[in-house]
Each structure stands twice: as C-alpha cells, then as structure tokens.
Design a protein around this ligand. Structure first.
Ligand SMILES: Cc1cc2nc3c(=O)[nH]c(=O)nc-3n(C[C@H](O)[C@H](O)[C@H](O)COP(=O)(O)OP(=O)(O)OC[C@H]3O[C@@H](n4cnc5c(N)ncnc54)[C@H](O)[C@@H]3O)c2cc1C
Length: 415
C-alpha cells in the first residue's frame, strides 16, 4: 500500500501509474488523479483515496545546466539528493533544502518547501524560473513566475496538473563543508534573542527544543557554507521493520541524551553538508519507530512570539513531548504561491502518535486563534474552517484547479 511519511491516514488507490518518459506523456483519461513524488509528505496531501496516483520517480533526467548562471533544468521526479550529489562537487548548492534530501523537485514545488535559510532565501518556489505543467486536457504549458498559473502551481499541492520539468536557479558554494555552532538555550525568550542576533549574520538557523524539560531548554543551530575538507558520512542505519518504541519514557530519555550529546560535541564544528542539513536521513525508515499506526506531525506558523509561547506551554501542559520539536523564525521574503505556507513569524513542528487527535485539535485551535496557519505538507487533520481562514487566497487558487486532479487532503479541507 502506498503511504505518506507519517503512514496516517491510509489510502487505497484504484491505480498507480508509473511515469517514465516526458516525451509523449499522456495522462489517464479519467480522474481523480494526483502526482506522487517520494511520499515524504507526512499526511494526506500526496494521497488520493479511491483515485489514481501518478508516480513520478521515473521522470528522473537532468535536461540542461548552465554553469555561468547556475540554471538547472531537470525532470520533476529528480530528487534533491540527486541534484546535490551531482552539483556540490561542481561548487553549486540548492537555494533551499528541507530536512530530508529524499524529496522530488515536483514535490518541493507543489508544497513550496522551506529550509533553515528561510529568513534569507524565502521558499523553494522563489528560485524556480520556469516549469512545464501538463494539464488533463492534454495541453503542456510552459509557465514562469509572472504567470498566475505558475503562482497557483507553486504551493498548489499537485492540484493544478502534473509538473513535468522545472528550471531552478542554483547558488554557488565554496565546496562541501558547513561551519556550524550549536548553542544551548533555555526558554522562548532566549530562542528569540538568538534568532534575532543570528539571522543577520548566518545563512542557516534552526532550533531543537525539549518542551517537557524544566526550563524548555534547547539547542540553537546556526551555520554557513565554508571551504574545507570534510569527510562524507559513511554509515547509515535502517530501521528494518515496525518498531514502535516512541513513548513518553523514551522521549524523555532521548531528549536528555540528545541535549547532553550536543553540549558535549562542543559549540563550534565544521561538518559535511549532508549531516548538517539532513541528520534524519542517517536513519532509513525512521518513521517505523512509531509502529504501523503511524504518526501525525503538527506544524504551524504564528505571527508573534505570544502565539508560540501559548503553543509551547500547551504542549508542555498536555505532556505531548516529541523527540523532534523544531523551532524556526521565518523571514519576510514573500512566498510566490497562492497557497504557500511560509509567512513572517515563528514556526513550530512536533511529531505526535496518530492517537493524539485531541492534542492536535487543541494545538490547531491555538494556532488558528493566534492568526497562524498549518502546513499542508505535514497535515492529516486540520479542519476545512482552519484551512479557509488561514489561506486567504483560496478562492483565487480554485480558479486554476485541474478538474481531473484531486487528493485526500483536498477533499477533506475543501469539500
Ligand atoms: C524528515 C523530513 C523532513 C522534512 N523537512 C521539511 C522542511 O524542513 N521544510 C519543508 O518545507 N518540508 C519538509 N518536509 C516535507 C517535504 O519536504 C514535503 O512534503 C515535500 O513536498 C515532499 O516531496 P515529495 O517528492 O516526497 O512529494 P510527495 O510527498 O510525494 O507529494 C507532495 C505534494 O506534491 C505533489 N507533487 C509531487 N510531484 C508532483 C509533480 N510532478 N507535479 C505536481 N505535483 C506534484 C503531490 O501531489 C503532493 O501534493 C520534510 C519531510 C520529511 C520526511
């Protein structure tokens, strides 16, 4: 059964069509259909219960690269990891990367993903110069940022058609290494002060927090690309089967050990880019640690510190600890998509067992009340009311929907 990363909810698809060749590509005659990249979305935006999936992994060709401008054109099923493997030795890096490199270009555009440098670079879609969109009427449209169909497709959750290729502006880097600092902090005010201080001077900033600890202590990471020789990581662990070990006790133990290990490792280090950007990729199938029932991720953005404080206090009050609670201050670079999630403010992401539906609903209501929004790429539960309230360009977006495309997420939030 094809799943999303959170393995919740489950979906049954009537057909899974594996796409291979861009030339002469035709879509199924009858929908509802939906592109599926690497399934690294946590909830149901990449699922289409009762409909068809168009699997794009076979659309994996590089088309052209201009080493003067850094413009790369590739098919939509190429993963960010494949781009980095080819381009880092040539002195180029992706302008924006998420917390895993196992994400397709099509998925990165359709969720308009963000990374640790949002305060500098904005979202992935801001660096896409052109793309081709295949609509269910058979027309292939080449579109650019000034086109409204482009603005609907970036962050458009795969609902405007199939992206077949895209052109991305890569950035130059001084090869392979990242100088990073890991700074212990205690409480929200220290996190905000570190963000304010670091955002001007550092390309990448993000924080991990142990919400259940006495002082809500955490580690603030900041870093920059630097020249230098560093070894690529060699070992990779794989969770071989369902191993439901995440529970209140193991979360407490993990968080204490992680905090201590980060302090022990020292404040300043030079690291290979891979473990700096993608630490979780070192453990294959780590989603199996939640067992076959899967898990939810709650990620929201709220415009002000007070909303974030309310969320963190409520997570602590409910005892909803997670080994992966991540904080980041978003910047004010405008997002190009009508439904893009990032906006100025603070984002928090927390994993919850799929049974924690009440906790999710409580956090959703705090985020919505604070004028925030939930991230569709991570979502499996938000209500239609929250979605409509927090995505004010929804009606405008609907004009660009492809009538043969749909998803489990879309039917849940848009009816
Ligand atoms: C460990 C981990 C860390 C993550 N960290 C971050 C992070 O830091 N920041 C962030 O923003 N996200 C993050 N994510 C989420 C992830 O980046 C997004 O969910 C991304 O969209 C997944 O890409 P995918 O190729 O797996 O697409 P899928 O999950 O398969 O699909 C996602 C959406 O894209 C659409 N789509 C896919 N391909 C196409 C196409 N060719 N044409 C049209 N639509 C298409 C699908 O229909 C669906 O709506 C993380 C995920 C994981 C598992």
């Amino acid at each position: 059964m094809t799943e999303s990363w959170g393995r919740y909810p489950q979906a049954r698809h009537t057909a899974e069509v594996r796409l291979h060749w861009r030339a002469g590509l035709t879509l199924p005659l009858v929908g509802p259909m939906l592109a599926y990249g690497q399934g690294r979305s946590y909830g149901d935006c990449c699922l289409n219960d009762g409909g068809k999936l168009l699997r794009t992994a076979g659309l994996d060709r590089f088309i052209s690269f201009d080493s003067r401008s850094g413009l790369l054109r590739c098919e939509a099923g190429v993963t960010l990891g494949e781009i980095l493997r080819l381009m880092v030795p040539r002195g180029f890096f992706l302008p924006v990367v998420p917390g895993t490199k196992h994400v397709s270009v099509g998925g990165a555009i359709a969720n308009d993903i963000h990374g640790k440098n949002h305060h500098r670079a904005g979202t992935f879609g801001a660096h896409v110069r052109r793309l081709e969109l295949l609509r269910s009427d058979g027309e292939a449209r080449e579109i650019a940022p000034e086109d409204r169909l482009f603005q609907a497709t970036v962050g458009g959750l795969g609902l405007t058609g199939l992206i077949t290729w895209a052109e991305i502006a890569l950035r130059r880097i001084p090869v392979a290494a990242v100088r990073m600092e890991a700074i212990p902090f205690a409480g929200l005010d220290e996190f905000v002060a570190l963000s304010d201080e670091s955002d001007a001077g550092y390309e990448y900033t993000v924080a991990w927090v142990d919400v259940l600890s006495h002082a809500q202590r955490g580690i603030f990471f900041r870093g920059d690309h630097v020249a230098g020789a560093v070894r690529a990581p060699r070992t990779r662990t794989v969770v071989p089967t369902d191993l439901p070990v995440v529970n209140a006790l193991t979360v407490l133990a993990f968080n204490a050990a992680y905090y201590a290990a980060q302090k022990l490792a020292g404040r300043s280090r030079v690291q290979h880019w891979d473990p700096f950007f993608f630490p979780l990729d070192g453990i294959g199938h780590w989603n199996r640690l939640y067992g076959h029932r899967g898990f939810l991720q709650f990620q929201c953005v709220v415009p002000a510190r007070e909303g974030l404080r309310e969320l963190l206090d409520e997570i602590a009050r409910l005892g909803a600890g997670s080994p992966l609670t991540v904080l980041k201050k978003f910047g004010d670079v405008p997002s190009p998509g009508m439904l893009s999630f990032p906006r100025p403010g603070f984002t928090v992401a927390i994993d919850l067992p799929s049974s924690e539906i009440q906790t999710f609903a409580r956090l959703e209501s705090i985020a919505a009340g604070a004028g925030g929004a939930l991230y569709p790429a991570k979502d499996a539960r938000m209500s239609a009311a929250t979605f409509a309230k927090s995505y004010p360009r929804l009606d405008e977006f609907k004009r660009f929907l492809d009538p043969a495309f749909s998803s489990s997420f879309w039917r849940r939030v848009a009816g």
